[in-house]
Design a protein around this ligand. Sequence first.
Ligand code: UDP
Length: 315
Amino acid sequence: MINKTILISGCCGFIGSHLCDHYLKKKFDVIGIDNLLTGSLSNIIHLEGNKNFSFFELDVCNEIKINSKIDYILHFASTASPTDYLKFPIKTLQIGSVGTENILKLAIKNDASVLLASTSEVYGDPLQHPQKESYFGNVNPIGPRGVYDEAKRYLEAMTMAYHNKWKLNTKIVRIFNTYGPRMRADDGRAIPTFINQALNNKDLTVFGDGNQTRSFCYIDDTIEGISKLLDCKYSYPVNIGNPDEYTILELTEKIKKLTDSESKIIYKKLPENDPKVRRPNIELAKKILKWIPKVKLNDGLLKTINHYQNLHKFN
Ligand code: UDP
């Protein structure tokens, strides 16, 4: 039997590289593309020599020229952490707009099913809690986070336009905070930052008073949700995230305890438009995908801590 071919954009990123592993395990031929702006080849180094995997250093903002027949596309190329999108604001908007349209055109050319990564950031600083897919959000388009939030909102609008106009088989996943091995230690996000600070006995930098909340989903659960969504017929956005909600202070306490760290907490200015709360309503995913996240925060944190400890050992 001939393997199906799946193209994964952003294959050198955190989620993209785990998707490569997942689909290789499922006996797909995987084509990974990445421009290495924020992703790293170290995330796919273990795939070197795998005859079912090929990598092309390509930018989705340019025309994507791939000769093989593609059956599925996963569009995960994007700057994703607040630190990264504040550093590359224009590129972030271009990836979400020009890059997304190039991916959709590639899907049309191949008659491929395409799943695109959106985000809980489309809900902005939400006035509805927890956030349901039907909520339109509360985004400041000209605030610092607007470059990411609006890029992803545009991605959703463009995807639905291709779906409606060209009957393209599309899916949109709204990913809530996800964590696990392979997040860049310096990507600025809460979990990799706090773990690395704690392991190095540095102060833990809490922004604002630390009472803002997030709900953290372990990478294995996120990958399973995405994989199930790709297989299903539903074309409207679906939330994938873990509804267990914690304040940022609670998160730092857990990380301190699990790393047995003496680090102190220091308070820094809260970034502009930082959402005060975030928690997914996952009833839709439960119903149509029969999916629920299984990994408890403590267990996922331990696996992530273990990953960074091993990295430190080899550096
Ligand atoms: N945060 C923090 N200290 C840090 C990094 C993040 O207090 O060193 C806070 C941040 O202000 C936000 C939450 O942790 O309220 C989650 O931030 P992250 O960058 O992980 O993702 P976001 O959910 O904001 O996209």
